[in-house]
Design a protein around this ligand. Structure first.
Ligand SMILES: Cc1cc2nc3c(=O)[nH]c(=O)nc-3n(C[C@H](O)[C@H](O)[C@H](O)COP(=O)(O)OP(=O)(O)OC[C@H]3O[C@@H](n4cnc5c(N)ncnc54)[C@H](O)[C@@H]3O)c2cc1C
Ligand code: FES
Length: 300
C-alpha cells in the first residue's frame, strides 16, 4: 500500500514507504478530507510579547486553508531577510493555536527559547515569514459522553487549546496545565474563557497546586477512571500520563514534540520508537498518537 505524502508533490521515499518497510506499524493515515498544506510568505499582522519568553504571533496568508486541532506549521526562524537563510537553516514547528479574526489568518503562541524563536520574536508587523502547513494529523474527537482530561505543559499548552475549543457540550472537560512557575503558563485566560474546568500545578507553587501536573491527573483519574486523556508537553510528563492512564485502563492520546527539520517526512529526523518495534515519523504519522503505541523508554 502506498502512503500519501502530506505534500503530495514531493513523492519522496519516506512518505511512500509501505508499512512493513519502516516499522510494521504506523500512526493514523493522513486523512484525505484534511486541507492540503500550503507554502506561503505569510504577513505578520501582530507579534507581541505576553510576558517573559511567551509570545503571540498572528499571521495572514491568503491561501491559508484552515486547520484541524493538533496540526502544526513550519515557520522560518524569523522574518525574510532578517538572517542569512543558512543561519539558522531550518524552519521551526509550531502548533496552530487558533484561526485569527481576519480571513486567512492564524495564531501561534510560542516561547522564545533559542536563536530561531528569538528571530521570530524580532519580526514586525508587515514583515513576512515563510510558512508551510497545516501539517500532521489532528486530534480525533473523543466518543460522546466520555469525560475528557487534557494535560499540558510548557510549549504543549499551545497544541491543545484548539482541541479544547473544539469539544462540544457532549463531553465534560477538565484542563490540567503544568508549568515551572506562573510566568511560564500560557493561555490560562483563553482556556478559562471557554468555560471549562481549568486546574493548574506549578513546580515552585507560585500558582495552583504545588507540584507536578501529573499529580492532578492521578487525582482526576481516581475519580473518573474511564476518562479520555489528551496530553502534550515535555516527554517525561507525557510518559507519566501514559502510565497513569494505562494503570486505570483509560485511553491516552499524546501529541509528541520531537525536534523536526523538514516537517513532512523527508529528513527522518523526528522518528519516534514504537512499543511494537520500529519507528513512526512524528511529523507525518503524528504528531498525535495513541500513547500506548509509543515506546516511552526509547523516546526519553
Ligand atoms: C509539532 C510541534 C509543535 C510545536 N508547537 C510549539 C508551539 O506551539 N509553541 C512553542 O513555543 N513551541 C512549539 N514547539 C517547539 C518549538 O518548535 C521549539 O521550541 C523551537 O523549534 C525552538 O527553536 P529555537 O531555534 O528557538 O531553539 P533551539 O536553539 O533550536 O533550541 C533551544 C532549546 O530548546 C530545546 N528545544 C528545541 N526544540 C525542542 C522541541 N521540539 N522539544 C523540546 N525541546 C526543544 C533545545 O533542546 C534547546 O535546549 C513545537 C514543536 C513541535 C515538534
Ligand atoms: S521526517 Fe523530517 S521532520 Fe519528520
Amino acid at each position: 500500500m502506498q502512503r500519501r505524502c502530506p505534500l503530495g508533490f514531493l513523492g519522496l521515499a519516506a512518505c511512500r514507504a509501505a508499512p512493513g518497510e519502516r516499522s510494521g506499524t504506523f500512526g493514523p493515515a493522513v486523512d484525505s478530507t484534511r486541507a492540503a498544506p500550503i507554502r506561503a510568505e505569510a504577513e505578520v499582522l501582530e507579534n507581541r510579547c505576553e510576558g517573559g519568553v511567551n509570545h503571540r504571533l498572528r499571521l495572514r496568508a491568503a491561501e491559508w486553508p484552515g486547520f484541524a486541532p493538533g496540526q502544526f506549521v513550519m515557520l522560518s526562524p524569523g522574518a525574510l531577510g532578517a538572517a542569512p537563510r543558512s543561519d539558522p537553516l531550518l524552519p521551526r514547528p509550531m502548533a496552530v493555536y487558533a484561526e485569527g479574526p481576519e480571513p486567512g489568518s492564524l495564531e501561534v503562541r510560542y516561547k522564545r527559547v533559542g536563536r530561531g524563536t528569538a528571530l521570530l520574536a524580532a519580526a514586525s508587523p508587515g514583515e513576512r515569514i515563510r510558512l508551510l502547513g497545516p501539517l500532521g494529523s489532528g486530534f480525533v474527537a473523543p466518543p460522546s459522553g466520555v469525560p475528557v482530561l487534557v494535560v499540558a505543559g510548557g510549549t504543549g499548552i499551545a497544541s491543545v487549546y484548539a482541541l479544547v475549543r473544539s469539544l462540544g457540550g457532549s463531553n465534560s472537560v477538565r484542563v490540567l496545565l503544568g508549568a515551572q512557575s506562573v510566568s511560564d503558563l500560557v493561555g490560562l485566560d483563553d482556556f478559562s474563557a471557554l468555560g471549562v474546568d481549568v486546574r493548574v500545578a506549578t513546580e515552585d507553587g507560585s500558582s495552583g497546586a504545588h507540584g507536578l501536573v501529573t499529580q492532578l491527573l492521578e487525582e482526576a483519574l481516581a475519580q473518573t477512571p474511564a476518562a479520555h486523556v489528551y496530553t502534550c508537553g515535555p516527554t517525561p510528563m507525557m510518559r507519566r500520563c501514559a502510565e497513569l492512564a494505562q494503570e486505570r485502563g483509560a485511553t491516552c492520546i499524546a501529541s509528541l514534540e520531537n525536534r523536526m527539520a523538514c516537517g513532512f517526512g523527508v529528513c527522518l529526523g523526528c522518528a519516534a520508537p514504537l512499543s511494537s518495534g520500529g519507528m513512526a515519523l512524528v511529523c507525518c504519522d503524528g504528531p498525535v498518537f495513541d500513547a500506548a503505541r509509543i515506546d516511552w523508554e526509547g523516546l526519553a
